[in-house]
Design a protein around this ligand. Structure first.
Ligand code: NI
Ligand code: MN
Length: 228
């Protein structure tokens, strides 16, 4: 059985038999992440967009583990200039296949840029991912507004677990994430991207109550370091 570990903010680690997968590995400066960068054993890194709370410690973790980094073309180009060797550049609508799982890059409505010292580099389009494992289909929405395309993502995939941002300000808030749950109809929704800082503080219990009252999905609140 696949085990999934939540590492705070948008960082989600999938413990997979042919290589661990980490999505948006934001460790340094993430007040909620309980794991040390050096302790992160991942063979695949998925990056939804270029903002520092998502790109995070990708370079160090990739180099430590000789991990493959799966991200958009622009971020992959940036990472190659930083000495990351194993890159899988892709774009929205594309699917890449690995030994026992696949990754589809799907639309997110947000922005994407990379801070590199004093320079701001164009980070391509932001994205979400649909990760299909043998026993589980996971949707990680990245940072996004509520988008009509979620209805299509939910129609095309039987989603077991949807990781949805609920913090508002930069992404969906709890009301829009409730609507997203209604159109994605995942078996389980796990809220992310909230309570890391004051600007994204929300009442997560209220979100859980709304989801379980108004949809057939269950809502699992994971504390950083907890796994399902
Ligand atoms: Ni962002
Ligand atoms: Mn973010």
């Amino acid at each position: 059985m696949t085990k999934i570990l939540y590492l705070g903010h948008s960082a989600v680690m999938i413990l997979n038999e042919s290589g661990n997968i980490i999505i948006d590995p934001f460790f340094t400066n993430n007040p909620l992440n309980p794991m040390k960068v050096a302790a992160c054993k991942a063979q695949y890194i998925l990056v939804t967009h270029g903002h520092s709370d998502h790109l995070g410690d990708t370079i160090e973790i990739a180099k430590n583990n000789e991990a493959k980094v799966i991200t958009n073309f622009e971020i992959a180009t940036y990472l190659s200039k930083k000495g990351v060797k194993n890159l899988v550049p892709m774009n929205i609508g594309g699917t890449v296949y690995f030994e026992n799982f696949s990754v589809k890059m799907v639309e997110a409505v947000h922005s994407s840029s990379i801070e590199d010292g004093n320079n701001i580099i164009y980070g391509g389009n932001p994205a979400g991912f649909v990760v299909k494992l043998a026993d589980l289909t996971i949707y990680h929405a990245g940072d996004t507004a509520l988008i009509a395309n979620m209805e299509f993502i939910g129609g095309q995939n039987v989603i077991d677990i949807a990781f949805l941002p609920i913090g508002g300000t930069y992404t969906m808030d709890i009301n829009d994430a409730l609507m997203a749950t209604k159109i994605l109809h995942p078996k389980m929704v796990v809220p992310i991207h909230y309570n890391t800082w004051d600007a994204i503080k929300v009442d997560v219990i209220k979100f859980k109550e709304m989801v379980e009252k108004e949809t057939r999905s269950s809502c699992i609140i994971l504390n950083p370091g907890e796994a399902i």
